[in-house]
Write a protein that binds this ligand. Sequence first.
Ligand code: NAI
Length: 472
Amino acid sequence: MSDFLLQLSKNKAARRVVRSLPLPIPLPEALRRDSGPLGDRPLADRAVAIGFADGAELAALLASTLGAAGADPYLAGEAHVPAFRDAGEAYGRPARPIDALGSRAFDALVLDATGVRDVPGLRALFTFFNGHGQRLARSGHAVVLVRMRRDASADEQAARAAVTAFMKSLAKEIGRKGCTANIVEVEDGADARLGGVLRFLLSGRAAFVTGQPIRVSSLASFAEERVVHGPRLERRVALVTGAARGIGEATVRRLAQEGAHVVCRDRPSDSSATTQLARSIGGTPLHVDQTEADAPAMVADALRSFGGVDVVVLNAGITKDRTLAKMSVEDWDRVLEVNLASAIRLVRALEPLLRTGGRIIGMASIAGIAGNVGQTAYAASKAGFSGLARGLAPALAARGITVNAIAPGFIETRLTAAIPVAVREVARRLSALGQGGIPDDVASLVAFLASGDAQGITGQTVRVCGGSFVGA
Ligand code: NAI
């Protein structure tokens, strides 16, 4: 069933009336999402306010990244004007003082807090967001950059932890306007990989990603570092399991839009939906049940005929929710087998076929982070993908392959439509954005993680949960 409050909020007159009522929950904001293939200027004409804490290290990189992405930069303070002047000339995007935007709102706020090494340094967060937070447009994006120094002192680590909690809190405050707030943690030596992450987080492709720290590292080496624009996955082969509907279907469509040849795999009982989907995107259907003993070999054979695989999305999953006391051993076994064990067997079979710079992306869940009543089996199976990502990432890094898990929150699909109505309504609302996500929100994150822009992200679990109060 669709979200009644969200539908209501899309009507201007109704929105005005409802906002004037003393309701216990705010009316959710219809999110501004960017769709279609990732272009070379994803931030074209977006007004971005940029602030710097003392000792900021990434001004030049911010200047070139935002300039190349087409953004209009507005600077708080004078200190980094020269870096932006050079980039402004190169991209025709001259930086202006932050007050030059007049009464218009900013599409994004970025604070370079890489110089913050102690608690007094945190004042920069207060000053920047207290001063300019109100000027963030609806569906706008706030990002703070922090440095993950190998030799960070205890003072510095305390300050860094404080930044994360600050941004998670800000996410909850600005979420009612449909805005997001995220933290990018840049490891020593990984600066060149920041740009792609910012292009994603500051765009409407990340509309449902909020309250989330994302780590950028140099772990997964890849000589052919991609700063290419335009279709990102041309000549790439992608496998999506559980492709027939919901998140899987949206992921197939999004990867195909980016130029990948997508092998759509689902159960034989779903063969007509899978075939139709594959046909509509020029991909290949594959009707193999995840739990068949010879499934890994059959999938590997199919991919071998394409000369290997670049992107593996482990999305197939089921729920069989029961409290532990009422759960049968058959249900326990089935959930662990379909969701996790069979996926791990598949990964093992596909490892040799993964090409340099490849991607493994497993569909976890916030239930796997927080646990949930009636979901001991489901949560355990989903958390397994986070462990798999951590365990496998270092081993595959030398081949430039990244391994990550995605933890969706409440996403409007068949799976969540089956939840009892009262529980479903609570699950939707208990989040910073006060609404469920759509399958395309997850698909956008998959497409980003599959692209060269995410070469610095590996071994992580990235939430796409609208700032869910569960497991955040
Ligand atoms: P869905 O039920 O709409 O789609 C799941 C797909 O997996 C179906 O097409 C199904 O046929 C396929 N599948 C199930 N068992 C299979 C098997 N044995 N072999 C091959 N394919 C099989 O579910 P939805 O909502 O699209 O979820 C996709 C993934 O995202 C699942 O892993 C789910 O656990 C995860 N997820 C979903 C959330 C949500 O709010 N919808 C939240 C968190 C995680």
